[in-house]
Design a protein around this ligand. Structure first.
Ligand code: AFP
Length: 355
């Protein structure tokens, strides 16, 4: 029985009164889209949406049928209400114009409809990520309107489709988690004011890319792996789900550090994750929960975008660890870090030279 508990609608109305009251209605539409996607994803192979859509998105990635359906769900649920000047999606090359016949507003909705979708066929948690920006006036948005740094976000959030579906939201005053009560269809506030512990002993990175990383990231991970016998003097745990929403959710729940750093695997791509609809919203959520989010060199939210689908290195989570990785980058760039050679024979190694 959920009597007396705070629903997402109540929370949103209470927290967007005044300047952003129209955004409240938009967030309620986003939540409706998320419920539709949750129902589709939850059916698994019974949904009929498994497998490839036989299309390639702007990132050059194969689209899955479920990606296309999730994208449609968000467009259809959010286009009609009159709050939006336009939408941009990972799945669309260019911004989506609000169809004729619907009123225009000032807000811009930017989203990744189904992040981690390569996991959906193996029944691992996936999610939707979104960010809300503004343009000065109501009307039809142009691409340039979307190219705002993350500090300009008015709201950001994600939905995670796991054993439970959750909606995690910030409107700039803390990060709050809502759990979908499948019987009533309501999102109920279950995790108010989430805080990320400042310290952690858990890191997440795809170590198959190790040889492509920059030295500061190699140094950090080598030190974590050296555990009690290394300079950190403590054992670390590693996790990799390959689903950013699930990784960030774990970090919001119990701390940790997530890294998809710059690498030289493909020099045309400075990172894997997209700035506007992956890195920025997650950075805002993590910062609002007391964590930190960096490219390794600068705060993610300060990066000025120059393209809609721009990629960026991402290092986020427990503040003290993110700051440590940033320090390693700065030391490396300043030449004050000794060149990284091997975790076994460097000055941070088990076999440290004593001479
Ligand atoms: P997909 O949406 O194509 O599955 O990509 C998910 C993702 O962008 C992000 O959620 C993960 O952190 C990352 O890719 C995993 O990448 P690896 O393939 O390197 O593990």
């Amino acid at each position: 029985m959920q009597f007396g508990r705070t629903t997402l609608s109540k929370f949103v109305i209470e927290h967007t009164r005044g300047q952003h009251s129209e955004m409240g209605a938009l967030l309620i539409d986003v939540a409706a889209a998320v419920k539709t996607i949750s129902a589709m994803v939850g059916k698994g192979a019974l949904s009929g949406f498994s497998g490839l859509a036989e299309a390639i998105n702007v990132q050059g990635e194969e689209q899955k049928k479920i990606d296309v359906m999730a994208n449609e769900a968000i467009l259809r649920h959010c286009e009609w209400g009159g709050q939006l000047a336009g939408m941009a999606s990972e799945e669309l090359d260019v911004p989506y114009a609000i169809p004729e016949g619907y009123p225009r507003g000032r807000y811009l909705l930017v989203f990744d409809p189904l992040d981690g979708s390569s996991n959906s066929d193996v029944n691992v948690s996936v999610g939707s990520i979104f960010s809300i920006l503004m343009r000065p006036e109501a009307g039809d948005a142009e691409t340039a309107d979307y190219l705002q740094p993350g500090t300009e976000q008015i709201a950001a959030g994600y939905a995670i489709y796991g054993p439970a579906t959750m909606f995690v939201l910030t409107v700039g005053s803390g990060t709050h988690g809502f759990t979908l009560d499948r019987e009533s269809g309501n999102f109920i506030l279950t995790h108010p004011d989430i805080r990320v512990p400042e310290d952690t002993r858990e890191f997440a990175i795809n170590t198959s890319n190790e040889r492509f990383w920059e030295p500061p990231v190699q140094r950090y991970v080598a030190e974590c792996k050296a555990g009690k016998t290394g300079v950190r003097g403590a054992d670390f745990n590693m996790r990799w789900i390959a689903s950013m929403v699930a990784e960030v959710h774990r970090i919001l729940m119990r701390g940790g550090i997530f890294m998809y750093p710059k690498d030289n695997k493909d020099p045309a791509k400075p990172g894997r994750l997209r700035l506007l609809y992956e890195a920025n919203p997650m950075a805002m959520l993590v910062e609002q929960a007391g964590g930190a989010a960096s490219t390794g060199r600068v705060r993610i939210l300060d990066v000025a975008p120059d393209a809609l689908h721009q990629r960026v290195p991402v290092i986020l989570g427990s503040k003290n660890e993110v700051e440590r990785v940033e320090r390693y980058h700065h030391e490396h760039d300043a030449g004050t870090d000794r060149p990284f050679v091997s975790p076994l024979f460097s000055d941070r190694s088990l076999f440290r030279e004593t001479a």
